[in-house]
Design a protein around this ligand. Structure first.
Ligand SMILES: *Cc1c(COP(=O)(O)O)cnc(C)c1O
Length: 493
């Protein structure tokens, strides 16, 4: 028998259900003076009665459990988090302070307009800043995630086409697109057709032009695309789609490569979304709140979600009466805390600072691309912007796969990059360092990748069986997907 803590911090953390000890409790409330008043659900006896096997624990038991689990976590605040297409960048604490200002943090979504002038002003001003950054006419901050921004955008496209009396049923989407793009189009009732990428990693414009026609509602294009490559013919692409009567949706989740340098609106894009939780430095991951601001050209402005903040005679108010609006897409007004963070971020940097961050994000990515090209195989020779995609060609014949390398990186203290996406690259590894990293951290990452590639040649089994230093080793992902255990059972059952 090994001592329970022999493996130090890698010891398995038991479920709260397993460490329950009858009679332990977190808080003791004195008996109520009003026996019939109820306890608002605070009394553990109700929970114990409702949930079979509800754990009984002290407050300290619970604090230790969650604190220990939190130390297993990896976060951008611990080191490089090179998850491509996700823009995991540093979130300045200044933004957090702003979001915690009492008047913002405690403002109620149903507060009267005259009591909420500051929050309304912030929403209005942030919308105008984002409109300027994207070159679009107007912005709504209501969609609570990128995918929700997409759906809102496609709903607006559908409404505009319907008002024009058009029956167009197909949305064209490049083969490198994020899975949310076809999902958004399908949710809005459109059929989806794929446009291939060319050998240079850009959209095959000939294939696009051939397919355009009276049944095509529009194109959903990510720019720079998910290979990190700028669609340099974006203005022509918009003109062709418009000529054929369609609309152009731009997935702006990769705006970290463009802010301050290129404006989608100037190129002729009709509607796009931004991920404030990626580009505009608000924490994300782990299912936390998002903000998928949607930006539109003039023709789509009447369709934006309600309510809108309007500024009239020196005061701000909610406008509900917008007959052509697609309606509400979120409860209340979206995730306001994320808006405060994005607003603070933009004001703190100013226009020159935003542009400089874009330049640094591209510089860091190109540095990694250059340094890693001796070890790994870039998927395309076309220069990439803020992220770089490698194929698994450098692993050919070794018996080691992309997922093995990703797992082994954890042993070297890094979060794994995005893997097996985009689907057009075999065994893809997609790396996005962001502007947050200094050269030292990037060099450590390069050294880790080089060390792993040496292991691939000399002791491939060590890579294949990784990770070795995490509390939980290699999971059987197929079994986890096919036979998930979603319910805790007591041992005796
Ligand atoms: C992240 C991302 C999305 C979706 O954003 P969510 O906020 O996760 O819904 C869409 N497209 C691309 C290219 C992305 O990287």
């Amino acid at each position: 028998m090994t001592a329970p803590r022999e493996r130090g911090l890698r010891e398995r953390e038991r479920l709260l259900f397993e460490v329950s000890s009858p009679g332990r409790r977190g808080i003791d409330l004195p008996p109520s003076e009003y026996p019939d008043a109820g306890t608002g659900g605070i009394d553990g006896r109700h929970l114990r009665a409702e949930i079979d096997g509800f754990p009984e624990l002290s407050e300290f038991d619970v604090v230790r459990h969650f604190t220990r689990l939190s130390r297993w976590n990896y976060a951008i605040d611990l080191g490089l988090y090179p998850l491509g297409s996700c823009t995991m960048k540093y979130n300045p604490r200044f933004n957090e302070n702003a979001a915690r200002i009492e008047g913002f943090a405690c403002s109620h979504p149903l507060a009267a307009e005259e009591d909420a002038q500051g929050t309304l002003a912030l929403i209005h001003e942030l919308e105008r800043m984002l409109a300027e950054i994207t070159g679009m006419r107007a912005v709504s901050l209501q969609p609570p995630a990128g995918a929700s921004g997409e759906q809102t955008g496609v709903m607006m496209m559908r409404s505009l086409l319907a008002d024009r009396g058009e029956r167009r049923s197909i949305v064209l989407i490049p083969d490198s697109a994020h899975g949310t793009n076809p999902a958004s189009a399908r949710l809005c009732g459109f059929g989806v057709e794929t446009v291939p990428s060319g050998a240079n990693g850009r959209l095959d414009v000939d294939a696009l032009r051939t397919r355009l026609g009276p049944d095509v509602a529009g194109l959903m294009l990510t720019n720079p695309n998910t290979l990190g490559i700028f669609e340099d013919r974006i203005a022509e692409i918009c003109a062709w789609v418009h000529e054929a009567g369609g609309l152009v949706y731009m997935d702006g989740a990769n705006m970290n490569a463009l802010v301050g340098v290129h404006r989608a609106g100037d190129a002729g894009v009709d509607v796009m979304h931004l991920n404030l939780h990626k580009t505009f430095s608000t924490p994300h991951g782990g299912g936390g709140p998002g903000a998928g601001a949607v930006a539109v050209a003039a023709a789509l402005e009447p369709y934006l979600p309600v309510p809108r903040v309007v500024h009239e005679n020196g005061r701000y108010r909610w406008q509900e009466d917008r007959p052509r609006s697609v309606g509400r897409v979120a409860t209340f007004h979206g995730h306001f805390g994320m808006m405060v963070r994005a607003y603070a971020y933009i004001l703190a940097l100013g226009a020159p600072g935003l542009r400089r961050n874009t330049e640094l994000a591209v510089l860091n990515s190109r540095y990694l691309r250059r340094r890693l090209s001796d070890t790994m195989s870039p998927a395309y020779s076309t220069p990439s912007l803020h992220e770089v995609v490698f194929s698994d060609r450098h692993l050919d014949g070794t018996g080691v796969t992309t997922i093995d390398v990703a797992k082994r990186l954890m042993d070297y203290g890094f979060h794994a990059p995005t893997v097996y996406f985009p689907l057009v690259v075999k065994g893809a590894i997609m790396i996005e360092p962001t502007e947050s990293e200094g050269k030292h951290e990037l060099d450590l990452f390069v050294a880790a990748v080089e060390a792993i590639q040496r292991e691939v040649r000399e002791e491939p089994e060590r890579v294949r069986s990784s990770p070795h230093t995490t509390p939980i080793g290699r999971l059987d992902e197929a079994a986890a997907a096919r036979r998930p255990v979603l319910r805790w059972r007591r041992e005796e059952e």
